[in-house]
Unconditional design. Structure first.
Length: 421
């Protein structure tokens, strides 16, 4: 769709959603009343900036003050929730949200569309590690790929390489085409120890998917070890699946802008950044009826571009630079964990090494401090990693070598940041 038409459509859907949340969700009514904004003030996309932004803290505060597990964001009667979900609650109690029956259909179609965009095709079988609930909703993700004729086939327990190899080594041509994996790099030591290429056992494997911060080093290492491309998606538990990677313009994601408005704002002034400059992502949900967050602060830093892509799409493309929560401020430089990973994993003796950034409560800090878990590692490796990091970021660096196991491993996400006094 030409961008001019797309923006008209976005404006119509936005106006409808603003009316919906104002009439039905007490938190939005409170925020908009405080900002003296009425639904009738929002008529087109050009009015979006008038709306106050929504942050996680607003939802948590409303939840705790009003004893409302939905944090004042629920827009439908409780018996219309068809599929529920909750935040991970890493910062305290979880917050609840969910999908209505209509939402389930819509997000199923959205999963189908985004997954088609990254290469899923009818007849493919999809295997994944333990948890398939990509960006929030396992049932919806499965429903979505089934719409494409893809078979969600197997949920293997991590480490998936070992269990899948065990299952399929003897089963001939019954295998899978797409592997979903949060941390496919963790399988690499096992694959290397068996000294075979995965394609020898899984000859029909086409690509690996995930939904993670993907450093260039991680992509190179994973693609090299598995022998197939890596195709990424972007989303979050409370805002669903948002975008899939362009197969031509990697690592940019195409946003389905008839479903979401994505703003990239200066996190201090809250004004849009210049085209191509980094800013923080704010998402407005144009399709959900149950829990449509508007101008929701994603806490991710990205750059965007809107010129037509060589793949033919006219939609906004975004590149995620990193999560604000997984960054440290050294002097005036913000350093994301994925940037550190990119540098450290580029050293041949430190590929897929477990690492951790140290963030002092007082920010900014004077040095970049990084822990590397390398049992038996020699000081030379720490020194060489330090030189590489100093060269990349231009700041003082300290690298500590720890024993394997000294850095906590989570099933889904590693503890990449250690906060200290
Ligand atoms: Zn494209």
């Amino acid at each position: 769709m030409p961008r001019s038409e797309l923006e008209v459509l976005q404006g119509e859907r936005l106006a409808r959603q603003v009316r919906h949340v104002y009439d039905n969700a007490p938190l939005f009514r409170q925020l908009y009343d405080e900002a003296r904004i009425a639904p009738s003030d929002i008529r087109s996309l050009a009015d979006l900036h008038k709306l106050p932004v929504l942050e996680k803290r607003h939802i948590r505060e409303f939840r705790d003050v009003h004893q409302d597990p939905f944090g004042g964001t629920r827009c439908v009667p409780i018996d219309q929730i068809y599929l529920g979900n909750h935040s991970t609650g890493t910062s305290g109690k979880p917050t609840l949200f969910g999908l209505t029956r209509t939402d389930f259909e819509k997000i199923g179609a959205l999963y189908a569309r985004v997954f088609y965009g990254i290469g899923f095709r009818a007849g493919y079988r999809w295997a994944a590690n333990g948890i398939l609930h990509w960006h929030g909703y396992q049932a919806a993700a499965e429903y979505g790929v089934q719409k494409l004729g893809v078979v969600p086939m197997l949920m293997a327990k991590p480490p998936i390489g070992e269990s899948l190899v065990g299952l399929f080594e003897d089963w001939g041509d019954f295998d899978f085409n797409v592997l979903g994996h949060y941390q496919p790099e963790f399988e690499i030591p096992y694959l290397r120890s068996r000294s075979f290429r995965p394609l020898d056992i899984f000859p029909n494997l086409r690509f690996i998917t995930s939904g993670v911060d993907l450093s260039d080093s991680r992509r190179r290492i994973v693609e090299g070890a598995w022998g197939v491309p890596f195709r990424n998606t972007y989303g979050s538990g409370d805002q669903y699946l948002i975008a899939g990677e362009c197969l031509i313009d990697k690592p940019f994601f195409h946003v389905p802008e008839d479903h979401y408005i994505v703003e990239i704002l200066d996190p201090v002034t809250m004004e849009p950044v210049q085209a191509g400059q980094p800013g923080e992502i704010f998402i407005s949900n144009l399709w959900a009826e149950g829990f449509p967050y508007l101008r929701y602060r994603m806490e991710d830093i990205a750059i965007g571009k809107t010129e037509a892509c060589d793949c033919g799409r006219t939609s906004l493309r975004i590149r995620i630079l990193g999560r604000r929560a997984w960054s440290v401020q050294v002097g005036d430089r913000t350093i994301f964990n994925s940037e550190v990973e990119d540098v450290v994993w580029s050293h041949p003796d430190l590929e897929v090494v477990n690492y951790q950034l140290i963030r002092h409560k007082q920010q900014p800090q004077e040095r970049l401090e990084v822990n590397l878990a390398k049992t038996g590692g020699v000081q030379r490796l720490a020194d060489e990693a330090g030189v590489l990091l100093e060269k990349r970021f231009g700041v003082p660096v300290t690298v500590n070598l720890l024993d394997e196991g000294a850095i906590a491993q989570g099933l889904i996400k590693m503890q990449r940041l250690l906060v200290v006094d």
